[in-house]
Design a binder for this molecule. Structure first.
Ligand SMILES: NC(=O)c1ccc[n+]([C@@H]2O[C@H](COP(=O)([O-])OP(=O)(O)OC[C@H]3O[C@@H](n4cnc5c(N)ncnc54)[C@H](O)[C@@H]3O)[C@@H](O)[C@H]2O)c1
Length: 330
C-alpha cells in the first residue's frame, strides 16, 4: 500500500511510519515540522514533503504524483491546556485542516483514511473501563476538535460509498521504539512519563502532581498507558481492514489503569532514582480515571497491546532519553 503519513515527523506518526516501512508499505511523510523532527523522518527513511496540510495544492499534487492509496492523519495540535487558551488555533488546525485533507483526498481520488482520535472525546466518563459507545462529552477544545472530525467522517462516509475510515481513539501514548531508534520529544513536554524522566535527570526542576484528592485508590488520576509501538501496529492492522464503506471507531488502550503515584513508583524502580515531586492542586479539565475497554479492537482489528507492564514501557523511554539527552536536537 502507498501511504501518506500526515504528521509523520511527530511522535506517534514517526513510529507508525517506521512500522509501515518495516511491513513493506511505501511511505511518504507530509509534515510542516511545526512540532515534529526532521531527524525522526531521516531515521524512518521515508521521503518528506515539508509543507502544511493547509496547502491544498501541494497536498493534491503529492497524493496524485505518489499515487497514494491511504492517508494516515496524525497531524494536529494536541495540548489540552493550549487548546483552552487558543481554541481557534485548535479548531483551525485540527478541524478545518482535516476537512481540507479530506477534500484533497476526494480531488485526488483517495478514499482510505486512518484518523488519530483520542480518549479525550469521552471527557470525564461516569464509568470505566470505557467502551466505544460511552457518551462522548469532551471537556476541552482539543477533545471537541477531535469529536467534530469524527462527525465529519461519519457524514463524509454517508455521502460517499467508496470512502472508508478508522477513527482510532488512543489513550495515553507513551514509551519509545523498542529498538531504540525513535523517541518522544515534545517542547514543552506535556506527557507524564517523559516529564518524570526529565525531572529525574534534573532537566526540569520537579514533577508536579496535579491533585491528590481524587476518588481513586491513592487519590491521583488514573490513566491507560499504551506503548507507541503497539499503537503503530494497530494502525497497520486498521488500514488493512479498510474495504470500501468500512467505518471503524476503536479504542486503543491496554485496558488497565495506573495512577500517577503508581507511574512514579515504576519510574523509580526502572531508573533506580528518586523522582523530585511536588504535590499540587487539581488542574481544571483533568478527568478522574480514563482507561479503555479494548475488546472491540481485538474483535475488529485482531489487535491487543503487547506491552502492558508500566515498568517495561518506561524502560523503553528511559533508554531513549539516556541515549538522546537533547532529544532529537544534535
Ligand atoms: N500523544 C498522545 O498521547 C495522544 C493521545 C491521543 C491522541 N493523540 C493524537 O495523535 C496524533 C499524534 O500525536 P503526537 O503526540 O504524535 O503529536 P506530535 O505533535 O508529536 O505530532 C504531530 C505532527 O503533526 C505535524 N503537524 C501539525 N499540524 C500540521 C499541519 N497543519 N501540516 C503539516 N504538519 C502538521 C507536526 O509538525 C508534528 O510533526 C495527534 O493527532 C494527537 O491529537 C495523541
Amino acid at each position: 500500500m502507498r501511504v501518506l503519513v500526515a504528521g509523520g515527523a511527530g511522535y506517534i506518526g514517526s513510529h507508525t511510519a517506521k512500522r509501515l516501512v518495516e511491513t513493506g508499505h511505501e511511505v511518504v511523510i507530509f509534515d510542516d515540522l511545526s512540532r515534529g523532527h526532521r531527524e525522526a523522518v531521516e531515521i524512518v527513511g521515508a521521503p518528506l514533503v515539508e509543507a502544511s496540510l493547509a496547502d491544498r495544492e501541494r497536498l493534491v499534487t503529492t497524493l496524485r504524483e505518489r499515487r497514494i492509496e491511504t492517508v494516515m492523519h496524525f497531524a494536529a495540535y494536541a495540548y489540552v491546556g493550549e487548546s483552552t487558551e487558543s481554541p481557534l488555533l485548535y479548531y483551525d488546525n485540527n478541524v478545518a485542516t482535516t476537512i481540507r485533507v479530506l477534500r484533497a483526498m476526494q480531488e485526488a481520488g483517495v478514499s482510505r483514511f486512518v484518523f488519530s482520535s483520542t480518549c479525550a472525546t469521552y471527557g470525564d466518563p461516569e464509568t470505566v473501563p470505557i467502551t466505544e459507545n460511552a457518551l462522548q462529552r469532551p471537556v476541552s477544545p482539543y477533545g471537541r476538535s477531535k469529536l467534530m472530525v469524527e462527525q465529519v467522517l461519519r457524514d463524509t462516509a454517508a455521502a460517499s460509498p467508496e470512502f472508508s475510515f478508522a477513527a482510532l481513539r488512543y489513550f495515553n501514548a507513551c514509551g519509545c521504539a523498542q529498538d531504540g531508534s525513535l523517541g518522544e520529544h515534545h517542547d514543552p513536554e506535556p506527557h507524564l512519563i517523559p516529564s518524570v524522566l526529565l525531572a529525574i535527570l534534573g532537566r526540569r526542576p520537579e514533577l508536579v502532581v496535579f491533585g491528590t484528592d481524587y476518588p481513586t485508590p491513592d487519590g491521583t488520576n488514573v490513566r491507560d498507558y499504551i506503548h507507541v509501538d503497539d499503537l503503530a501496529e494497530a494502525h497497520v492492522l486498521a488500514m488493512e481492514k479498510l474495504a470500501p464503506g468500512t467505518q471503524i471507531f476503536c479504542n486503543l488502550g491496554t485496558g488497565r489503569g495506573f495512577s500517577v503515584r503508581e507511574i512514579l513508583a515504576a519510574a523509580e524502580r526502572v531508573t533506580g532514582k528518586k523522582v523530585p515531586v511536588r504535590y499540587g492542586e487539581r488542574r481544571a479539565g483533568d478527568a478522574i480515571a480514563l482507561y479503555a475497554d479494548p475488546s472491540l479492537a481485538k474483535e475488529v482489528l485482531g489487535w491487543e497491546a503487547k506491552l502492558r507492564d508500566p515498568d517495561e514501557i518506561i524502560a523503553t523511554a528511559w533508554r531513549w532519553i539516556l541515549a538522546h539527552p537533547k532529544g532529537y536536537e544534535r
